[in-house]
Design a protein around this ligand. Structure first.
Ligand code: AGP
Length: 607
């Protein structure tokens, strides 16, 4: 997820671009840059680091240019660096592009252009765009962009300018957000509303497939069939503070609702023809053939993603998996050796305990695969292999979209291993991958229960303790649900394997104790119904999270939140969503600082 902005109009562009980028920094902040058109030249300034670094550089640039584009990056392809920062230009320096999204077939396009003599300088997917536009340019920038679009597969919100056409911007959107701001004799195009609020509240939403032709005197929108379409102007009513949260009250709620897109972006390009394709693991195939054991090591929510990964890998690839909390792993003299694979999971890629576990694993001779959300993070640089989640920046301390995208990656790793070891039938794999590809819309459907959950949350506000129970993967999500509630509402919560209740914890169940029962493992549902009976008989008030179509559970539980039906091995992506929402609404009702809970930090870089 990155932030893009473009301006053409009557004012100096640089201050407007910098203001816009500052308001978009929550979308990405590992590098930034702008390019403006002045005196028949493109002036390009870009740098690794935050917007403040770019601002310092621009203080020395004397320009009144009134056409320009800017970008603040959250790296996906190519580590954060000056050369990988946007804008990117073609090798003649005549075309410049800023882009938010993922060009899935960029390698194919790059090889095609290299054969035609194009020279590339960066490791990014985006750099193919200015080269492709240059290739198709025949005096009309709009026509060149339309032709380039036909060759691109993937997601993009892009803005293009050329030194051949002063005053003109061309923008296009597919699967990444793009809005057009309409001012007096000036136009803005950006990823999101905060970027333009200081200058105009009159805007147009650009839809998927559309291309926009913008000068300082007009804008024209064309649909996928290249027909001009009339767009509805709307008035932005948000006040500034909510704008960065896309109108949500908190970053956490925004990020919970971003999960369908985050999962879609993370899976994008990694499932083709009913097979998982993980280019990042090329060269690991032979090692996998002799693999005896996998260790997964992580902290907190990432540890829970590792536990779900254990269930999926052992079920689908039949390789024994041990999961460790990183702060325990590094001190227990772990039995790790040359033939082992260690998977470390870390959203930030900077968690000290996880990084130490990675280093210990390498010292012991294991191969290390990192699953992380931050390109260029310490974990990504020190691991032997890296698979990125493409969740975009996660601002709230409580991890949500990073978690569900970690699950998506763990599921893909499990299927990838099963492909290499030939452990499941093709039709079984096809069924699982069909379900995995349907997860974005199923997650969106699960989010529709938000209002019901907001109501249910009222009954939890004054509780001193909440129990979460489940079996199999549901037992892991019970732990994740308990962690969410604890860390943002400060209510004690405990997760327990439902089958274990009778071995002690049942003594704590008395009249009115809230129990959240997860019933998304179809083959264990009957056992869960009995466990619900068991706690209700002692006075518990039970909220169940169950699969759509389960009519028995509503006879057993006091309340039920349904999630879309899905394959048991993948259900955790959906089961966790109601629990994230429950924790969020309880925290809000308690007046807690949802995005920055007490005593916690987003990235724990100390022991
Ligand atoms: C999760 O909501 C917490 N913020 C915390 O447990 C977090 O998952 C843990 O600190 C690991 O962080 P990492 O993924 O950045 O390594």
């Amino acid at each position: 997820m990155c932030g893009i902005i473009g301006y053409t109009g009557r004012r100096a562009a640089v201050p407007i671009l910098l203001e816009g980028l500052s308001r978009l920094e929550y979308r990405g902040y590992d590098s930034a840059g702008i390019v403006v058109y002045e005196g028949d030249e493109l002036k390009l300034v870009k740098k690794a680091g935050r917007i403040s670094v770019l601002k310092e550089l621009l203080e020395h640039i004397d320009t009144n240019a009134s056409l320009g584009i800017g970008h603040t990056r959250w790296a996906t392809h190519g580590a954060p660096s000056d050369v990988n920062a946007h804008p990117h230009t073609d090798d003649s320096g005549c075309f410049a592009v800023v882009h938010n999204g993922i060009i899935e077939n960029y390698m194919e396009i790059k090889e095609w252009l290299l054969k035609k003599g194009h020279k590339f300088v960066s490791d990014t997917d985006t750099e193919v765009l200015p080269h492709l536009i240059k290739y198709y340019y025949d005096g009309d920038l709009l026509a060149a962009v339309k032709r380039a679009k036909k060759q691109i597969e993937g997601s993009y919100a892009m803005v293009v300018l050329s030194k051949h056409e002063p005053k003109r911007l061309v923008a296009a959107r597919q699967d990444s957000p793009l809005i057009l701001g309409v001012g007096e004799g000036e136009y803005f195009v950006a990823s999101d509303i905060p970027a333009i609020l200081k200058y105009t509240r009159s805007a147009v939403i650009i839809d998927d497939g559309e291309t926009v032709d913008i000068t300082d005197v007009y804008f024209k929108v064309y649909n996928g069939a290249e027909l001009a379409v009339k767009k509805q102007l709307f008035n932005i009513t948000w006040e500034d503070s909510r704008a960065e949260k896309a109108g949500y009250d908190h970053f956490m709620l925004k990020e919970i609702h971003e999960q369908p897109n985050a999962i879609k972006d993370t899976v994008r390009g990694r499932i083709t023809d009913n097979r998982v394709v993980l280019k990042e693991l090329e060269g690991l195939e032979d090692f996998i053939k002799g693999l005896r054991r996998i260790h997964i090591v992580a902290c907190g929510t990432a540890y829970h993603a590792g536990m779900v990964g254990k269930y999926a890998i052992e079920l689908l690839a039949r390789i024994p998996v041990e999961v460790d909390i990183a702060s325990e792993f590094r001190y227990r003299n772990p039995i790790v050796s040359k033939g082992d694979l260690v998977i470390v999971i870390s959203q930030s890629g900077e968690t000290a305990d996880t990084l130490a576990a990675l280093r210990e694993s390498k010292r012991l001779g294991a191969k290390v695969l990192a699953v992380t959300n931050v390109v260029g993070s310490s974990v990504s640089r020190e691991a032997d292999y890296v698979i990125y989640t493409w969740a975009g920046p996660e601002i709230a301390v409580a991890s949500t979209k990073a978690f569900t995208t970690q699950l998506a990656v763990m599921y893909m790793i499990a299927v990838w291993l099963s492909q290499k070891l030939d452990t499941i039938a093709e039709e079984h794999r096809a069924e699982i991958l069909r379900e995995l590809k349907s997860m974005p819309e199923k997650a969106a459907k699960a989010l529709r229960a938000a209002d019901d959950i907001k109501k249910i949350a009222e009954a939890y506000v004054d509780k001193n303790s909440v129990f979460f129970i489940g079996r199999g993967q549901d037992n892991v999500i019970a732990s994740e649900g308990a962690l969410k509630l604890k860390e943002i509402s400060y209510i004690h919560a405990e997760a327990y394997a439902a089958g274990e209740l009778k071995h002690g914890t049942l003594a704590l169940i008395e009249e009115g104790v809230p129990v959240v029962a997860l019933v998304a493992q179809r083959d264990l549902a009957q056992k869960m119904y009995s466990n619900i009976k068991e706690v209700k008989a002692r006075g518990a008030k039970v909220l169940a999270v169950a699969l759509e179509g389960d009519e028995i559970v509503e006879k057993e539980a006091d309340e039920v939140i349904y999630i879309p039906d899905t394959h048991s091995v993948l259900s955790s992506i959906l089961t966790v969503i109601p629990l994230q929402l429950l924790a969020y609404y309880v925290s809000v009702l308690k007046g807690c600082d949802v995005d920055k809970p007490r005593n916690l930090a987003k990235s724990v870089t100390v022991e």
